[in-house]
Design a protein around this ligand. Structure first.
Ligand code: G2I
Length: 450
């Protein structure tokens, strides 16, 4: 019985959202300044998202960049069929839950990606006959959408069902080959019933301009709308490079879909290149979305170049050291925001710093409580870390308002919810130590901030 557990988790996540909203009331000022992608996009009534990989969330700079800049998250691989139902009827949600819980506890929306796709499909699906495949497809949709019911802003119900090239034909897949064209409609109808609050999207690539493939998708969406098949949005992946540049008729293509009565979303944006040329291409994409009222948001396909599926092409907004690239500045500017050109770490930037101060706040025969107060220097910080060396044979039995990582008897503490500090502002973490016979004081090392 997965559902009740997830429902409990959902309640907890919703509580965290409320706490986060209270704790970051100061974000209002940030939103007014629109100095992040998310706040600038919000000023335009849109979200700005990133594809997120669960296995990078433990990297402090990755999480800090995600949390600071983005208002929506798409699990990059964790919700795909091979990850969530590797054998029939056995659902595995741990990795996807990590992304969803991280995002929702920080107030981000989540895009669900993806329910029915020919790729990353476990081999058992391909062995089924038509009737069984239909049952399995619907069970898969119900399994995922049921687990995340009420938590997903938009689902990519069907992904990449059309062929490349000039024919506009459907792509061969177990679904297409055994169930025929009707599988897409069936998937959307099943999805609507499974979570009526989620927007249901069709998602594809090489459909960004007007061409045979986008014409075929357009005809399908038009048909669905005329017959009342539930579809709310079309996702345009928008993976661009020199062989597949931003089309001149991008805005026009987005607009013609919007005119059918669906939202449009840019779902997997990345543009290979660097410097001002890459920046100019990003500007084109943002301008196209802003020119179409029903273009409700943009998702870039990753946080940092180093983890991109096309890392060699450096297609994203942050480099491998999480520095803002010219493309970042271009996107922020196009969204109407203004920030720090070049980003943190630029020569000329004020130094990002913090201090750590230790006090013993309670003491008893077998233990004591310590508290470390972290204070930001002259500039705001988005993350910090401090070290606490615990003398042998003492041991730490609990810690609050921080996330510890141990090397021997040195505990490096990073923020849990409290990474972001205004210039001069403080937060603290605390811990309980079992003396094990020694009352010696711990050594608190220097604070580093980013
Ligand atoms: O290919 C780019 C995207 C095109 N549209 C649909 C998206 O779902 C797709 O995302 C990519 C992920 O970014 C990659 O990370 O989908 C690829 C698979 O089709 C993902 O790559 C796979 C690798 O091929 C596997 O070897 C690896 O085990 O990622 C897996 C998980 O890390």
């Amino acid at each position: 019985m997965t559902m009740p557990l997830r429902c409990l988790a959902r309640t907890a996540a919703a509580g965290l959202v409320a706490v986060a909203a209270l704790a970051t009331a100061g974000h209002t000022a940030e939103a007014e300044a629109a100095d992040t992608l998310g706040s600038a996009a919000a000023g335009q009534g849109r979200y700005f998202g990133a594809a997120v990989a669960a296995n990078h969330l433990g990297e402090a700079d990755y999480a800090a960049t995600l949390d600071r800049e983005f208002t929506s998250a798409t699990p990059e691989n964790e919700m795909k069929w091979d990850a969530t139902e590797p054998s029939r009827g056995t659902f595995t949600f741990a990795a996807a839950d990590r992304v969803v819980d991280h995002a929702r506890s920080r107030g981000m929306d989540v895009r669900g990606h993806t329910l029915v796709w020919h790729s990353q499909l476990p081999s058992w699906v391909g062995t089924l006959g038509a009737a069984d495949l239909r049952t399995a497809m619907n069970a898969h949709i119900n399994g995922l959408m049921g687990h995340y019911k009420g938590e997903i802003h938009s689902w990519d119900v069907v992904n990449e069902a059309f062929q490349d090239g000039g024919s506009g034909a459907r792509r061969s897949s177990p679904f297409q080959d055994r169930l025929g064209d009707g599988f897409i409609e069936e998937a959307f109808r099943t999805a609507r019933a499974a979570d009526p609050a989620a927007k249901l999207c069709y998602n594809d690539y090489n459909t960004d301009g007007v061409n045979a493939k986008s014409n075929a998708v357009y005809a399908m969406v038009k048909d669905f709308k005329s017959r009342g098949v539930p579809i709310d949005c079309v996702g345009f992946q928008s993976h661009f490079n020199s062989a597949s540049p931003v089309p001149a008729d991008y805005r026009q293509n987005l607009q013609r879909f919007a005119d059918l009565g669906v939202d449009v979303q840019i779902t997997e944006l990345d543009i290979e290149g660097s410097g001002s040329a890459q920046a100019a291409n990003y500007t084109k994409v943002v301008d196209a979305c802003l020119a179409v009222d029903r273009c409700t948001g943009i998702t870039v396909w990753g946080v940092t170049d180093k983890y991109s599926w096309r890392s060699g092409g450096t297609p994203l907004l942050f480099d491998g050291d999480y520095r803002k690239k010219p493309a970042y500045d271009a996107v922020l500017t196009a969204l109407g925001g203004s920030g720090d050109p070049g980003g943190p770490g630029d020569p000329g930037d004020p130094t990002v710093s913090c201090t750590a101060a230790y006090t013993r706040t309670a003491d008893w025969s077998s233990g004591y409580n310590g508290q470390v107060t972290i204070t930001a220097g002259d500039t705001p910080i988005s993350s910090w870390s401090a070290t606490v060396t615990v003398p042998s044979p003492q041991s730490v039995s609990s810690l609050w308002n921080g996330t510890p990582a141990w090397t021997g008897n040195v505990m490096t503490v990073r923020p849990s919810w409290n990474g972001t500090l205004a210039a001069g502002a403080s937060t603290s973490f605390g811990f309980t130590v079992a003396k094990n016979g020694s009352g010696a004081a711990p050594t608190v090392g220097g604070c580093t901030a980013s």
